[in-house]
Structure formats: C-alpha cells, structure tokens
Design a binder for this molecule. Structure first.
Ligand code: ADP
Ligand code: MG
Length: 621
C-alpha cells in the first residue's frame, strides 16, 4: 500500500444511480438538502448522548451538544457543524460511499417513481446526505469520532463518480460539512434563507441550531408537554419533522400513563402507504426515548411489526437509560410497553371508527392490509383487530364495507355462525353457486376478496363467540324457518326418485374415482346442478388457490361434489346413463370440471376443452 493519508475511491454503483436521481429529478425541491443535513446532525447528537451514558471516556467530553450553521456569501459556502458522534475514516467510507438499501432493486424503481410523483417522499428513504449535491459543486465532510483513539478524516467529492479520503488532524468531536454552492444555489448563503428553512422543516430538532450565534429552533420535546398546551398545528409540524414528511397526519394520538408503566407517547398515522407505492418493506417508524433522551431511533421493539406504518415517539421513565439496543429486544419491560401502547393505539382506532367513520375508512383503505397482517399473526391483539376489520357483504352496497359487529347485529335469531365466501370480485362471487342457499334463506355472507382474508378468518376462528365459517364448507346447515320451508317445498321442481338418485350418485362417484371424496345430494343448491364443497376447514378452496399459486407442486385435497337432484340436467343424466353410459360419463366429468371452475380450482383445462367439443358435436347432431 502507498500513502493511506489520501486516497480516492469509487462510489458504489447504487450511489451513482442515486446521485443521478437526486441531482436531476429532485432539483426543484432544493430546500430539503438543509433539512437532511440538519437531521443527520441531530441523529449524530442523539447517538452521542446515548453512547456517552455507556462509555467510560469520550473525546471532547465537554463540548456542548449543538448544531451551528455558518455561511460566506463572498466565497459561496455553507457550513453545518455538529458535536455529535462523528465518523472514523472507515465509517465515512461506509456511510457516505455506499447505501444500506443497496440490496433492493425495488428501492430504486420506487424512488424514481416517487420522485416523479411526489418529491417530498425522498426524505423518507435514507438518501438524505446526497441531497447536498443538489446545491453543491463540491462537498467536504470533516469528521472526528467520539472514540478516544480515533483520528480525524476529511471526505470530499464533487458528486460525480468518486470521492477522496484524507487525514485531517486537529478537529473537535463531531462533523463539519462544508458545501461549495453551485451558481444556481448562491442564495442559500444568506441568514434569512437559512432561518426560513429551519423554521419550516427543523423546528423540533431537540438540540439548539445556531445561526450567527443565535438559536433559531424551538428546542422542546413536544410529547412531554401536556395536551392542553399543544396546538393542532404544532402536532402537525412535529409529525412532519419526525416523519420527514410534507403532508399532514391522518390521525394523531397523544397519551400519557403513570401505571403500570410511566409512558408518554405521541403517535401518527401518515397519508401514504409506501409499501403499496412499490418501495418494499417499510422500516418501523416509532422512536424510543427515556426522559427525552433517545434510546433507539425507529425501534423495532416498541411496536409489533404489523404497526410499522405508524410514526411517532414513545418515552418511558421506567427504562434504564443505559440499556443497549440488543438488550432492548429481549427486555421484559419493553415487551410490556409494546403491549400497552399497541392496545392503546388500537383503542384509538376503534374510537375513531365510531366518531369519525370517514377518517377511519381512509386509514382502513390505506393501511387495512397491515391490520389484516396483525390479525393473521398476532394472538394477543386479535380481538381488538377483529373489531377493526372491514369487508363487503351480500347486504352491503357495492364498494361499501361493514364491520363484523354490523354483521352480528343483523344475524337471525336461529343463526349461530358467521359466513364468508372468497372470490376475486363481488360480481364473480354473486354469479357463483355458493351464495344460492344463503340468498334463499336471507342470510348475510361476507365477501372476502383478498387472498389474505381467509388466513385472517381461519386465524381468528371466531368473532363475538360466533364461529367464522367459509360458505364452501361441506357441513353447512343453514337455519330456516318452518313457514319458508313449506312454501319452498311447494315451489320446488320434483326431485329424482330416491332409489334412482342413490344409484346415480353411487355411479357418479365410481366414474370420478379418487378425484372426489364423495358425491352427495345437495340441500343448498337452487339453480346450479353441482357444487364443490370442502370437507376440511383448513383446506378451503381459497386456501388451496393460494397454496397452488405459491407452490406449483401443491396437490389439491379431494373435495366433495354436491349434486342438485332436482335440476333438469341431473335428471337428464339419469336417463342418458341408461341409454349411452359412455357419453353419460363424459357429462359427469364435465359437470365436475365446471364445478371446479366455479370453485377456482381447475388447473389443467386441456382435457376439459377436448371433452367439451365432443359434447357440443353431439348436441348439434
Ligand atoms: P440516513 O440518515 O437515513 O441514515 P443519510 O444519507 O442521511 O441516511 O446518511 C447516511 C449515514 O451517514 C447516516 O446513517 C450516518 O451514519 C452518517 N452520517 C451522515 N451525517 C452524519 C453526521 N453529521 N454525523 C455522523 N454521521 C453522519
Ligand atoms: Mg439522514
């Protein structure tokens, strides 16, 4: 190796790509560069404050925790200085030469999309530092780590393909970022401009930001104040600050508790679901504090994974201040905090659904998928989650969704179970055979139109002590009143004579062999000749479809075929069987395949099509 004092390095490919997007697509939102650099400085100060509690000795022990911004309007430079945790040479290379997200291809396509759609989203993806290149010809980062034995180093780049690292002795603890402004950005070297941007984006940074020796921001922990003293606008501003967002939260929850644990929490639900915008899995968005000192930013321990869309702050005095990140994960105290805060948040949503149904509807539309994820995986909160679920049903208007409690309130006296049926759309469900019997008996059925829904229901098992039952279950016995039954019997077309029917069903089972478990007479069908039902409560048809979609090899478990013995096609089949058994067998296979299609389970249509032509040919003769 030659001189390691100064070396030139190539940016990782993803960084080059990112720089290109930042510099070219985001150019119109240049102000945010300052927000990003201040937010990094604040992060570095928070990290230092926490680290200090755990180390015996740190460099520059007494340097006050603050951010300073200075400028030179003759030289066209802007300098942001912090006394935070600092970076070693290796950390400079790691943090400012590569991207932690580099593994994900989605990330870039998502970013490019978001940049087109709404540039304000960019700050939410940890691309902050590179925003400096929107306003810079050159950026220099001089840094000195808090570690006693570290050395100072300068990172410098013009934002093209490479950067240099050079030893830089004599620095104070922390980081100084010196920007040589490009010509279009000269006006950032002005006190007025800098103060305006700080007020707009960085007002809630918990450390003083000094411009020309004067603190510009409001240094306070909003969550620790009492509710009465906070204005709605302050909450919104605080949300924008912690979520790096430009919009306003859909809902805000601020609460304090003393028992069983001392908690102050301020939680927000944002407007957009970034996962559906194509950014891949979101990281958690709630930070954990103890007495206003940041213990962990965007903590994975403080809320369950399925609440990763929530932004905010949780502060608990009961946490030990010097707890390490690792210890957080398995701390019983944090588990308890998690449970309390999650319950409180779900309660807030439940109340919102009652008091402001339109607001809850917006949250459900955007984040309902996360609540469903919770309902399939979280045993502890499943009852609260079940109350928050919304679905269309046979008694809702198209496009309108009901709660399970609405369903229960409308249930008939004799009805003991809650029924649901899965299908790709309302139209498809209503055209299928599964609804017939329910319609006839005026029993409401919930329509589940997402693949995850059946997992949700099978995980919940019941709601309000009523079993959740898939409408394609074999053993469904619908409640009927005696009057209705009589009227129905009078109207019903004549059934096959019972010995004929028994022998027909037996012969159909022989014809279909192992493809079906049983062939039985149906009590539920009205207008359709046949239907596939599930003898098993786990392998419902929709579950089979999911398994099949995720695993080509999946073998569908054998189903029960129910036959409508009063249907003219079935009566015709009984006659045909006597006249031409070979052809009648073709018809049986075809009836079975048609029922499979209606259950969404036919996977190999080729032989079905060939047979269908044969039948058509004969019909035309
Ligand atoms: P993010 O802040 O989302 O991690 P950035 O691009 O803003 O992404 O910064 C990348 C990394 O560089 C940070 O995670 C941090 O480790 C490091 N960094 C940036 N600015 C500073 C600073 N002022 N002090 C210490 N570390 C910093
Ligand atoms: Mg950042």
């Amino acid at each position: 190796m030659t001189d390691v004092k100064s070396e030139t390095k190539e940016f990782q490919a993803e960084v080059k790509q990112l720089l290109d997007i930042v510099i070219h697509s985001l150019y119109t939102e240049r102000d945010i560069f300052l927000r990003e650099l201040i937010s990094n400085a604040a992060d570095a100060l928070e990290k230092f404050r926490h680290q200090q509690l755990m180390e015996d000795e740190v460099f520059d022990q007494d340097a006050p925790l603050a951010i300073a911004i200075s400028f030179d309007d003759k030289e066209h430079t802007l300098t942001i200085t912090d006394s935070g945790i600092g970076m070693t040479r290796a950390e400079l290379e790691q943090n400012l030469g590569t991207i932690a997200h580099s593994g994900s291809k989605n990330f870039f396509s998502g970013l490019a999309e978001a940049a087109k759609k709404d540039v304000s989203l960019i700050g939410q993806f940890g691309v902050g530092f590179y925003a400096a290149f929107m306003v810079a010809n050159k950026v220099r980062v001089q840094s000195r780590s808090y570690r006693v034995d570290a050395e100072g180093c300068e990172w410098a780049s013009e934002g093209a393909g490479s950067y240099t690292l050079t030893s830089c002795p004599g620095l104070h603890r922390g980081t100084k970022i010196i920007i040589d402004l490009n010509e279009e950005s000269y006006d950032y070297a002005s006190e007025q401009m800098i103060k305006r941007i700080i007020k707009q984006y960085s007002n809630f940074v918990p450390f003083p930001i000094k411009v020309a020796g004067e603190t510009v921001n409001t240094v306070q922990a909003l969550w620790a104040k009492s509710k009465q003293d906070i204005k709605a606008a302050e909450y919104n501003e605080f949300y924008k600050f912690i979520a790096n967002a430009m919009d306003e939260p859909v809902t805000t929850l601020h609460f304090a508790a003393d028992a069983p644990l001392a908690i102050k929490a301020l939680l927000f639900v944002p407007q957009e679901n970034l996962e559906t915008l194509g950014f891949g899995r979101m990281d958690p968005g709630v930070s954990l504090y103890c007495q206003k000192i940041l213990i962990e930013q965007d903590s994975a321990a403080i809320l369950p994974e399925w609440l990763r869309f929530v932004k905010g702050v949780v502060d608990s005095e009961d946490l030990p201040l010097n707890i390490s990140r690792q210890a957080l994960q398995d701390s019983a105290l944090v588990v308890k905090l998690n449970k309390i805060i999650t319950s409180r948040f779900l309660k807030h949503l439940t109340e919102l659904a009652e008091k402001e149904p339109a607001t809850y509807e917006k949250i459900w539309k955007t984040f309902g998928i996360f609540l469903k994820e919770g309902a399939t995986s979280d045993f502890m909160h499943r009852e609260a989650l079940a109350r928050l679920l919304r679905f269309e049903s046979s008694k809702s208007e198209p496009g309108q969704q009901i709660a399970l409690s609405d369903y229960v309130a409308r249930m008939k006296e004799e009805q003991k179970e809650i029924y649901y049926v899965n299908g790709p759309s309302r139209e498809a469900i209503e055209a299928g055979p599964y609804l017939e019997a329910f319609k006839k008996n005026d029993i409401e059925v919930i329509y589940t139109m997402e693949p995850i829904d059946d997992f949700v229901f099978s995980h919940l098992g019941e709601f309000d002590s009523k079993k959740l039952v898939s409408a394609d279950r074999a053993d469904i016995d619908l409640p009927k009143d005696a009057e209705e039954e009589k009227a129905e019997a009078a109207e019903k077309p004549e059934e096959l004579e019972s010995t004929v029917a028994t022998s027909l069903l037996k012969w159909m089972k022989e014809t279909l062999g192992d493809q079906v478990k049983e062939v039985v007479a149906s009590k539920r069908l009205v207008g359709s000749p046949a239907i596939i039902v599930n003898p098993d409560s786990i392998f419902t048809s929709s579950m089979e479809r999911i398994l099949k979609a995720t695993n080509q090899e999946h073998q569908i478990s054998s189903k029960t075929l129910e036959i409508n013995t009063s249907h003219s096609l079935i009566k015709g089949l009984a006659e045909m069987r006597v006249k031409d058994e070979e052809f009648a067998k073709n018809v049986v296979e075809q009836i079975y395949d048609n029922a499979l299609i209606q259950a969404g389970l036919l996977s190999e249509p080729r032989s079905m099509v060939e047979r269908n032509y044969k039948i058509l040919e004969r019909a035309l003769k």
